[in-house]
Ligand binder design. Structure first.
Ligand SMILES: NC(=O)c1ccc[n+]([C@@H]2O[C@H](COP(=O)([O-])OP(=O)(O)OC[C@H]3O[C@@H](n4cnc5c(N)ncnc54)[C@H](O)[C@@H]3O)[C@@H](O)[C@H]2O)c1
Length: 437
């Protein structure tokens, strides 16, 4: 259940000890030492942002609002223009705490490393999902506390890397708070707790929908290389976004998984395709609809539907049916043998995540969202695998997959792993033909 009600570790360390813990642990391969003395001097937590887009800039604002003694001290983005726009937005909003000097603004694929080297205490990871495993590992190796946006990876090797990094963070006493923001939403937490406490009996079925219209497209610029074009329009390439069932619908999969106690399903099967994303090369290689059935060991099933098609029925909801009633998670209500409706306080979940993170850093009681964020991400990856191949695939098969969606190297003139043919058409997965790798 809610991260802050479960034991994440019993080491109580002073703030100063805690901030240094990562570096010490990285050097010595050991746990941070527990100390009770209060840290002297400056109480400011220095925050670096990697990925200065819409969500990253929002996360930086959340970090500033959540704790009065935070300061954004370094920024990195693949594109220089994005660094400048985030800096301008933060500086305007918080002239003292959001003003990052030129020499701590970094552009390019290696900018994250420069943020880590700049003396930050906390890193916000909000790039395109593809890079999360690499960035999280680097953060944990460098002993940084992390807020990392969902999804955590786009393929099974990436999920396994996330699991390893989460375990290393646990050993080092570092915080990992995930961007699965509904886990930090008071009304959703309370409703889910009702489900976990048995208010609807045994959960038999979870219906997870994310049916929406279309999203942005950033176009092609005259001097774009193929890598530049795909990086700018990352949403439409499976190697960068994971496809939209992994990028967006993962919020819903995460809620279903939460109700299952974050244990993985046994297997999944499904169907999906491209009906309206036919214009090439505009829409890259992702699908525009997915329907996946996840089968759990106790017979429960999660039916997960997502669609991005303009003009069609829209619905974003999580409805669970159990032996004693029903739960509407986003409606915050239970009906059946027990009728219940949430009437507690509200709150901005995006900000509450950061409140939890900074509180945990300062108290020395770390939060580690690693397990559930890896499982939920893998649900998205598994869903894409079954839809692309048309096969039923077990969890174990999927998690063991060696399919790595990555280029040979990260450079603006390097080839991305997905390339257009002579007519400018990207290869799109075909169920029944595309193999499971
Ligand atoms: N929790 C939520 O509700 C929520 C909402 C929106 C987005 N997100 C997630 O946040 C992430 C970012 O989404 P966004 O909407 O801000 O997209 P965006 O395109 O606005 O921003 C992503 C930024 O990352 C940069 N980037 C990509 N690769 C990079 C690299 N290797 N190094 C440095 N920078 C790099 C891009 O240039 C871009 O500026 C995604 O994972 C998305 O799923 C979460």
């Amino acid at each position: 259940m809610p991260h802050d009600s479960s034991p994440h570790g019993s080491n109580h360390t002073s703030r100063r000890t805690f901030l240094k813990a990562g570096a010490l642990a990285a050097a010595a391969g050991s746990l941070p030492l527990a100390r009770s003395a209060h840290a002297a001097g400056d109480d400011t937590l220095k925050v670096g942002l990697v990925g200065c887009g819409g969500r990253g800039t929002g996360a930086a604002v959340n970090a500033l609002s959540a704790d009065p003694n935070t300061k954004i001290t370094a920024l990195a983005d693949a594109f220089e223009g994005r660094v400048h726009s985030a800096r301008a937005a933060l500086q305007k909003r918080e002239p003292d705490r959001g003003d990052v000097p030129d020499d701590r603004c970094f552009a390019g694929f290696d900018g994250y490393q420069k943020v880590l080297d700049s003396g930050v205490d906390v890193v916000l990871l909000a790039t395109t999902p593809h890079f999360r495993p690499q960035h999280l590992k680097a953060c944990v190796d460098a002993g940084k506390h992390v807020f990392c946006e969902k999804p955590m990876a786009v393929d099974a090797p990436g999920v396994r890397s996330i699991m390893a990094s989460a375990e290393a963070a646990e050993q080092k006493g570092l915080n990992i708070v995930s961007g699965f923001c509904w886990r930090y939403h008071p009304a959703v937490q309370a409703t889910m707790q009702q489900v976990l406490d048995g208010a609807i009996g045994d959960v038999l079925c979870m219906q997870e929908t994310y049916l929406t219209g279309t999203l942005w497209h950033r176009g092609r610029q005259p001097d774009d290389t193929e890598m530049t074009y795909q990086m700018r329009n990352w949403y439409y390439f499976d190697w960068l976004s994971g496809d939209f069932n992994t990028e967006q619908h993962v919020h819903s999969l995460d809620k279903g998984s939460w109700a299952m106690g974050d244990r993985p399903p046994v297997r999944a099967w499904g169907l999906g395709g491209r009906q309206v994303r036919t214009e090439m090369p505009k829409w890259g290689n992702i699908y525009d609809h997915h329907a996946v059935v996840y089968e759990y060991d106790n017979g429960a099933r999660m039916y997960a539907y997502c669609r991005q098609q303009a003009g069609a029925y829209s619905d974003v909801s999580d409805l669970f049916i159990g032996t004693k009633g029903r739960a509407d998670i986003l409606g915050h209500r239970i009906t059946g043998e027990t009728d219940w409706r949430y009437d507690g306080p509200g709150g901005n979940m995006y900000e509450l995540q950061h409140v939890a993170l900074f509180k945990a850093i300062r108290s020395g009681e770390p939060i580690n969202d690693g397990h559930f964020m890896a499982v939920s991400t893998m649900l998205g990856v598994l869903g894409r695998m079954v839809d692309y191949t048309g096969q039923a695939i077990t969890w174990d098969q999927a998690l063991s997959s060696e399919q790595l969606l990555a280029p040979e190297s990260y450079a603006w003139d390097a080839d991305p792993p997905v390339l257009p043919d002579e007519e400018g058409r990207y290869p799109v997965a075909m169920p029944g033909i595309t193999p499971f790798v």
